[in-house]
Design a protein around this ligand. Structure first.
Ligand code: ASP
Length: 591
């Protein structure tokens, strides 16, 4: 390579007029106007216009005519001002062009499977297969640069506060998050397996016991789950743990972290302290433990009003301590039958029985289920809905309170999107706190930890663990940004006695607990300090800060939603020899 660059393709301007420069990059586009030939030369920093004139010396012009998209070249030439009608204010380098005097062809490229500029419209599968080309697009490069900045700010922020970045193993034993593990067979111990960590949870607690006091790590975690939207089998967390703290200390450090990120990445000042909402409030009002608070629209509880409803389903649900909730939307009062049918289908697809509707028209109720209302119900509904003169009212009822609320939460979100109620320019952060400690797992017929079994119960709720475990609350917290859970954590159990009561509530025998987490239980007995922590979903944060549509757009080499790596083609079968070494045999799946 003779012509090494003196500048990047994004930095020349009228300040550099008449300078001799060298640029290296890719042919972004070329225009052969019969006479002069124009090339847009691209690198990560921008695009610069290169001009080849027919009268230039030797075979330069002829060689330039052979250039095609994505050829890699070096050009030398003089910077000159573009004619006034060719100035492009949209481009960083739009004032100038380079008149080429020397060209070096560094490499050629096959014709692309697709023009880079059209890529956005191509199927994501194709983009992932040719990810090396996809990643040449400015938008993805900017996303990854945003991700890089997020990582640098994170390291700087936590290091400045005395947090130590410590790496933890990838070949390990099951961690307590409770999803399915990715397993790695051991060659040295045939029949035995390492589990890949679902998070560094046990290690970071052990680091507190070792006295590190403040730990963080930007770390890959692995969970072998069916992938929902915006989930990846391997994903990145900012994992954090602190000693001698309670909730308030964790909140303070994390709120300043968020403030720092918002200010540096988006130039936005966020208000602290970040408001807190209990899990119960979040579920009752918004039908979600990660409510999108960019729009108000609260669920209204009608359970009591319909206790004796002539609409039998309602009276039954009300009397059986279920839940009947409504969303009241002035904006939707002209909804057609068809639109309502679509919403109904949506709720049924989520496992609900459907939606009932009626209209409020001033002091009257019309349509839908309003024919069942008696005078008393009407007057109570009028006072309940007194702030909206006219509105469409959507009602969902279910004998499970939680299910009814969750369905109303989905409906709330869907209606807000359909009716454009969400102000995309605002950012609302909130903490959800006071989570239930346990949830009942119908499959296993026992309580399981909602967060993980090392999460401390509220000290006031310790006695509930034995008698009314479903009522015990956890010292756990989630951080929510515009309806996205971006972090979750808890104050941990650090005393053996409490840990044992927790395992009892979970119906985990001490033998089972020993077998799974014996090392942590042992460590907890050697002077464990009170400690707690949190983990941020790094990919999701990068997605939100980059305003990307999907977490795959902020991950250099993501898997598809069916967990495939399309570029490198994984997973794949392995050789007989490899299997033999591992002591494994593959069952014939066709049988
Ligand atoms: N390890 C937890 C998780 O991955 C986070 C925490 O409790 O710090 O969900």
């Amino acid at each position: 390579m003779n012509l090494k660059r003196t500048h990047t393709c994004g930095e020349l301007s009228s300040k550099h007029l008449n300078q001799s420069v060298i640029l290296n990059g890719w042919v972004d586009d070329w225009r052969d106007l019969g006479g002069v030939l124009f090339i847009g030369l691209r690198d990560r920093y921008g695009v610069t216009q290169i001009v080849f004139e027919p009268e230039s010396k030797g075979d330069l012009y002829q060689n330039a005519k052979k250039l095609r998209s994505e050829f890699v070249i070096a050009v030398k030439g003089l910077v000159r001002r573009r004619p006034s009608d060719a100035i492009n204010p949209e481009m960083k380098t739009g004032d100038i062009e380079i008149v080429c005097s020397e060209l070096e062809l560094l490499n050629i490229s096959k014709p692309l499977p697709f023009e880079l500029k059209d890529y956005a419209e191509k199927s994501e599968e194709l983009r992932l297969k040719y990810r090396y080309l996809d990643l040449r697009r400015g938008i993805l490069q900017n996303n990854l640069i945003m991700r890089h900045k997020l990582a640098q700010l994170t390291r700087e922020y936590f290091s400045d506060l005395n947090f130590v970045e410590i790496e933890t193993p990838v070949l390990t034993k099951s961690t307590p998050e409770g999803a399915r593990d990715f397993l790695v067979p051991s060659r040295m111990y045939p029949g035995k397996f390492y589990a890949m960590p679902q998070s560094p949870q046990t290690y970071k607690q052990i680091l507190m016991i070792s006295g590190f006091d403040r730990y963080f790590q930007i770390v890959k975690c692995y969970r072998d789950e069916d992938l929902r939207k915006d989930r990846q089998p391997e994903f990145t967390q900012v994992d954090i743990e602190m000693s001698f703290v309670d909730e308030e200390d964790v909140f303070q450090v994390m709120e300043k972290y968020m403030a720092r990120l918002f200010e540096n990445l988006l130039n936005i000042v966020i208000n602290t302290p970040i408001p807190r909402m209990s899990y119960d409030q979040a579920m009752e009002n918004y039908g979600s433990d990660k409510p999108d608070l960019r729009y108000d629209l609260k669920i209204q509880n009608l359970t009591e009003i319909f206790k004796d409803s002539a609409f039998n389903i309602f009276s039954k649900i009300s009397q059986e301590n279920g839940f009947i909730g409504a969303l009241v939307l002035p904006e939707a009062r002209d909804y057609s039958r068809k639109q309502i049918d679509l919403l109904n289908e949506y709720i049924k697809s989520l496992g609900g029985a459907g939606i009932a509707t009626f209209i409020k028209n001033d002091q009257k109720f019309d349509g839908g289920i309003s024919k069942f209302f008696n005078e008393d119900e009407k007057s109570r509904l009028l006072s309940q809905f007194k702030s909206s003169k006219q509105a469409m009212i959507f009602v969902i009822a279910d004998s499970s309170i939680e299910k009814a609320q969750i369905l109303l939460g989905y409906l709330r979100q869907k209606l807000a999107e359909d009716l454009d109620l969400i102000d995309k320019n605002v950012n609302v952060l909130s903490w959800t706190v006071d989570f239930p400690l346990l949830e009942f797992d119908p499959e296993e017929q026992r309580f399981i930890a909602r967060h993980h079994p090392f999460t401390s119960p509220k000290l006031t709720d310790l006695d509930l663990l034995q008698n009314k475990p479903e009522l015990a609350r956890a010292r756990a917290y989630d951080l929510i940004w515009n309806g996205n859970e971006i972090a979750g954590g808890s104050i941990r159990i650090h005393q053996r006695e409490v840990q044992e009561r927790m395992f009892q509530a979970l119906n985990i025998s001490s033998a089972e607990a020993r077998e799974k987490f014996g090392f942590l239980l042992d460590a907890l007995e050697y002077g464990a300090p009170p400690h707690g922590g949190i983990a941020f979903g790094f990919d999701r944060m990068a997605m939100l800060f980059a305003k990307a549509d999907s977490i795959r757009d902020v991950i250099a080499f993501p898997k598809t939603s069916s967990a495939l790596a399309l570029m490198e083609n994984a997973p794949t079968p392995v050789s007989e020899k490899q299997l033999r070494e591992l002591g494994l045999k593959i069952k014939d799946h066709s049988k």
